[in-house]
Design a protein around this ligand. Sequence first.
Ligand SMILES: *Cc1c(COP(=O)(O)O)cnc(C)c1O
Length: 462
Amino acid sequence: MNKITNHLPTAELQALDAAHHMHPFTANDELAAKGVRIITRAEGVTLTDSEGKKYLDGMAGLWCVNIGYGRKELADVASRQMQELPYYNTFFQTSHVPVIALSAKLAELAPEHLNHVFYASSGSEANDTNIRMVRHYWASKGKPSKQVIISRHNAYHGSTLGGASLGGMAGMHAQGGLPIPNIAYIDQPHWYDEGGDSDPAEFGLERARQLEAKIAELGEDNVAAFIAEPIQGAGGIIIPPETYWPEIQRICDAHEILLIADEVICGFGRTGNWFGSETLGIRPDIMTIAKGLSSGYIPIGGSIVSDEIAAVIGAAGDFNHGYTYSGHPVAAAVALENLRILEEENIIEHVRDVAAPYLAEKWATLADHPLVGEANSIGLMAAIVLTPDKATRAKFKGDEGAVGLMCREFCFANGLVMRHVGDRMIIAPPLIITPSDIDILIARATTALDLTYEKLKADGLL
Ligand SMILES: *Cc1c(COP(=O)(O)O)cnc(C)c1O
């Protein structure tokens, strides 16, 4: 097999990148000075960079490469579809075969009452759709005052104006004049950071009941929906106490508001079921999907919508919303092939019965490390918290995240992609990861933790 990559030397690529490429969520000047890491190939769970160094990708790209890298079937489907019908739109009373087939498949896989899909090219766009759709839904039902969408501090719902406004990331709101009007926030169910001495179960209930208090404060007649990730991802893989979601569901059922589950990370097998909503017992009215829908091989996202919402919107005349690439035929064909592989290769069963239990057992042992305050996982999402004092769950002195960043750099140096969110270290590997890959992941993570610990000690920071 021809493995020659035929690219410029790394230093030249870095110089060109620094000169012309603005990176997302990056201090670009700092990166330019340091030199970017350039990934050139990938296969299975393994990335290769421009210097030939290999990494176990503990993050499945950005939480998306669920079936792993290098699946030629997806490339073949894209190639065939590009030759047959590379593009046509779904506006103006037209459709095409790939989008019809994908929609029917998603309706089959999604919870029973969710049978209608509105497409976008990303999770952010899909959440923008959701904002307009839920408000339009209530207006169409004669309740135009129901406008406010309640979200949570430290949620992540994307980077568009709408997505970032739904999100609760303070650093994002601080740039560019966000949030847009009529978004409200409650606190996150983050017991480790915010639970103090409380019992986690009690804390979960208390955080859920903030939703009921917020609905009362705003007036039920003004609230359209509540949006949440089943498990917060970008916020740091925050697994809520078990009491949390049942209480949220009770509150949504007791009040006339819609529940949007942002399944962009949790969907398509991540938690050991097709959707995180199944794992956590959530009955959403809308699910946001993207990322694992195509395993990241091509951009596609969307909203899977309940029969009730689709009926109301459908009867209300034109929904004046859509993207040029809503239901793009190549993206739809690739997504459908991805779903075929997930299903026929029993990848979700592999997560549930093999990979997740194995990871849970091994990951839990990291809690014995002197730097680790907590280690937990659900499905193939796992987090550890770095702390100078386990007993008090203390934070490090100095900038939050500096130690996490140090640990992440040691991970890279040791051939592991593990992300840091502040001083939490998180993983969400491809779903095809095997127990022996997990052994490698744990060994490299342990090495990085040891090196971080030694450096902190040598620097007098412990
Ligand atoms: C990544 C993400 C999004 C945004 O998706 P993009 O495709 O990056 O626009 C939205 N919601 C959640 C939960 C995500 O993790």
